[in-house]
Design a protein around this ligand. Structure first.
Ligand SMILES: [Zn+2]
Length: 83
């Protein structure tokens, strides 16, 4: 399930949770939240850098486990041949 980040549209009328933004794990089929589940203030979905960073580091770990260093050496060899 993807993680979405939300932030209050009106920080002056929001609670501690949504004022600085919060992350919410939602199924893809769920519609975007329009209000904060804690205070009811309007919120907007924003790109979640934390979620993207998390998934990339997870991908790196999986790539290393699958022998990514071997693949990168092959890639470098190909680059040198082409050059
Ligand atoms: Zn709130």
């Amino acid at each position: 399930m993807p993680i979405y980040a939300y932030q209050a549209k009106k920080p002056e009328a929001s609670c501690e949770k949504c004022k600085d933004g919060f992350d919410l794990r939602q199924p893809l089929s769920d519609p975007a939240l329009e209000i904060c589940p804690w205070c009811g203030s309007p919120v907007a979905r924003v790109p979640s850098l934390a979620a993207i960073g998390f998934s990339q580091s997870g991908l790196d770990d999986r790539a290393k486990a699958a022998g990514f260093s071997k693949l990168s050496r092959i890639g470098k060899g190909e680059y040198e041949r082409n050059f």
